[in-house]
Design a protein. Structure first.
Length: 120
């Protein structure tokens, strides 16, 4: 959990007071802003179409009519399109998580900077 700079300083002051140390000086006017994590998404993989019963995978043969093979191929093409959407959603979410991580690092640097300024 991230604490705002002022809240963090107050927590440190409280801990220092218990330990008998002097309180931290008032923080500068810059307030660190904790980032908000992106909303969690859980995309689901599109199902693999069922192989027609006329296909013998073990032997690598089939007794399918053209229409049955065409339907199966069409369903595989639809799944491939759905996979492209799934991959796009996962990549987009990964990008949001990367942005959040960068913002969290910046927030931590800001907090450290504020604490150091308070010690001066």
């Amino acid at each position: 959990m991230f604490l705002a700079a002022v809240g963090f300083a107050a927590a440190l002051n409280q801990a220092d007071a218990v330990a008998g140390a002097a309180p931290i000086a008032k923080l500068s006017s810059r307030i660190c802003s904790a980032p908000t994590p992106p909303q969690t998404i859980r995309p689901t993989l599109p199902p693999i179409p069922k192989l027609p019963s006329c296909v013998n995978e073990a032997k690598g043969t089939h007794t399918c009519r053209k229409g049955e093979l065409d339907r199966y191929n069409a369903s595989m093409k639809a799944r491939n399109r759905a996979m492209d959407e799934f991959i796009g959603a996962v990549n987009g979410y990964t990008g949001l998580l990367n942005q959040y991580t960068l913002a969290a690092n910046e927030y931590a640097r800001c907090e450290i900077s504020e604490i150091r300024k308070a010690d001066e």
